[in-house]
Design a protein around this ligand. Structure first.
Ligand code: GLC
Length: 559
């Protein structure tokens, strides 16, 4: 029986423009990544996911692809990609790449052809062009808005100079949505899948996986329809039933590419901001995608009851379809969890879309302490987990970036009401005392690194007892040793509603207690508990667990 490596894999997200810069232009690149891969084996992860490095005008940091089969010169070449993949495989790391099937860049040849062609032509039919409403067609075809702010439609000028049709873009105007009812679109993206599978990648993270299919007739939306609409399927642009046929076809392709023998699978992981949990679980039914990020978990406030509910609801929903959970706390689109958790927590809290210098600032020490505890909980849960670069250093968001350096289109499109995502995208600190903190050979860095990043650099934390980096290494190595990700969870009554506790029965009959204290006084450990790891440097004395701390302990008699 194949081992299905992805069922408990820990996958590390590399954001190529911000991980390591080999040529000193201030933007990270593929050779930079290859040179730093040892960091990931030292850390103890199983795989890396690379955000887009394809040819792109970079209007949405590469999520606007103009050639799906090539590498943007900013990041290197296909030869550099092959070298990265070969080196990763040599080191025993799998590599997942990003796939952006909902939209292309407006620079893509298809969109340029569509602009030159007539309304109603096969070139226009690859995208969602429609006539406008109103007498002169000067109102958008429906009321949909862009996720980055402003209208979801942009009007073009026809080749003869007259005001023309409108096209849909759920994101930036430079990201026109493809029309997935057109078979040509499906064929093209399937051929892109095969292109990268043939090159040897181990899978794909599927961008905006819940957005490809729109409701027939593109009706007006009768409610706000951001990513977090609840339930998502009431919005005519998200989570439409037809989406699942696409993923059944893709699953056949990745299955076809499974390598012979154990540990065979090439995987597909959905970025689907879908609610409720059973709707999300439909993406990971046996003949569809392998994984789907649990964003509900990411958005849950640091409150024991809320955490318990989210974990249990989402585990049940995934188990009902035979899939493992895919946990995540940070990525390139959200405020890092070390900052998010540094704010006061309340039921129903949602994360700000970026933090600016004049916004309320998180408490860094508190945020970091809770973030370390939250990660200790996450890595103790059964299933797979994704880490975002820099979280192993406890990096906070860059919350005081000057507004004039911001590059996320959200800032402009929201008329400066939402700071956007630059704060979590600032280049990695590798060395505490070089000009770009070891990011590149010189001082260049496409976003300025905050001064507090120096003390958090990899070389300042490696081998330092109690550092966040060493905590992550310890958690990952113990998780692997105990095969925690393969275990099964039972809730544990720790005698206080503010304590989140569960046991994991692991393969060799041992039981691991994962206990997190989210309350305001120390939490008691059960008698005989042997603490293996604690998230706080002030640790656990074997009897009590301090506030905002999580531990893994072996116990003899659960319950
Ligand atoms: C996804 C990506 C995000 C991007 C958007 C549009 O949400 O994670 O970074 O801006 O899709 O492609």
């Amino acid at each position: 029986m194949a081992e299905s490596w992805w069922r408990d894999a820990v996958i590390y997200q590399v954001y190529p423009r911000s991980w390591a810069d080999s040529d000193g232009d201030g933007i990270g690149d593929l050779p930079g990544i290859t040179a730093r891969l040892k960091h990931l084996t030292d850390l103890g992860v199983d795989a890396l996911w690379l955000s887009p490095f394809y040819t792109s005008p970079q209007r949405d940091a590469g999520y606007d692809v103009s050639d799906y089969r090539d590498v943007d010169p900013l990041f290197g070449s296909l030869t550099d990609f092959d070298a990265l993949l070969a080196r990763a495989h040599e080191l025993g790391l799998r590599v997942i790449v990003d796939l952006v099937p909902n939209h292309t860049s407006s620079d893509h040849e298809w969109f340029q052809e569509a602009l030159r062609a007539e309304p109603g032509s096969p070139e226009r039919a690859r995208y969602l062009f429609r006539d406008g409403r109103g007498e002169n067609g000067d109102e958008p075809p429906n009321n949909w808005t862009s996720t980055f702010g402003g209208p979801g439609w942009t009007r073009i000028t026809e080749p003869d100079g007259s005001p023309g049709q409108w096209y849909l873009h759920l994101f930036d105007p430079s990201q026109p949505d493809l029309d997935w009812t057109n078979p040509e679109v499906g064929e093209e993206i399937e051929s892109v899948l095969r292109f990268w599978l043939d090159r040897g990648v181990d899978g794909f993270r599927v961008d905006v996986a819940h957005g490809l299919v729109k409701k027939d007739g593109l009706p007006d939306a009768d409610m706000p329809h951001g990513y977090l609409t609840d339930p998502t399927s009431l919005a005519p642009m998200w989570d439409q039933p037809g989406i699942h046929d696409i993923y059944r076809r893709w699953r056949q392709i990745t299955d076809e590419y499974a390598r012979p023998g154990d540990d065979a699978d090439r995987i597909l992981c959905a970025e689907a901001w879908v609610k409720p949990a059973d709707a999300l679980a439909r993406y990971v039914r046996g003949d569809e995608l392998h994984q789907s990020f649990n964003f509900e978990f990411l958005m849950t406030p640091w409150i024991a009851e809320d955490m318990r509910n989210t974990i249990s609801e989402t585990l049940d929903a995934a188990e009902a379809v035979g899939a493992p959970q895919t946990w995540v706390l940070s990525n390139h689109d959200v405020v890092r969890h070390a900052s998010r958790l540094g704010f006061e927590q309340s039921h129903g809290l949602t994360s700000p879309r970026g933090i600016g210098a004049d916004d309320p600032q998180p408490d860094h020490a508190l945020g970091l302490r809770r973030a370390r505890a939250a990660t200790t909980v996450m890595l103790g849960l059964p299933g797979s987990a994704y880490l975002y670069q820099g979280e192993e250093l406890g990096l906070p968001d860059a919350t005081r970036l000057p507004d004039d350096v911001r590059q996320d289109p959200t800032w402009e499109r929201s008329n400066h009401t939402q700071r956007g995502r630059d704060g979590c995208r600032v280049p990695m600190p590798w060395e505490g005392s070089t000009p770009s903190l070891g990011f590149g050979p010189g001082a260049e860095s496409w976003l300025p690194q905050p001064s507090e990043y120096g003390a958090l650099a990899v070389d300042r934390q490696r081998g330092v007892e109690g550092s966040t980096l060493e905590l992550y290494r310890q958690l990952l190595s113990l998780r692997r040793e105990l095969r925690l990700g393969r275990g099964s969870l039972t809730w544990f009554d720790a005698g206080s509603a503010d304590v989140l506790a569960f046991t994991i029965a692991v393969a060799d009959g041992r039981t691991v207690l994962v206990l997190a204290n989210l309350g305001t006084s120390p939490a008691r450990l059960p008698d005989g508990a042997r603490v293996r790891v604690s998230s706080s440097p002030d640790g656990s004395n074997g009897l009590d667990v301090p506030i905002d701390t999580a531990v893994w302990a072996e116990i003899d008699h659960p319950g």
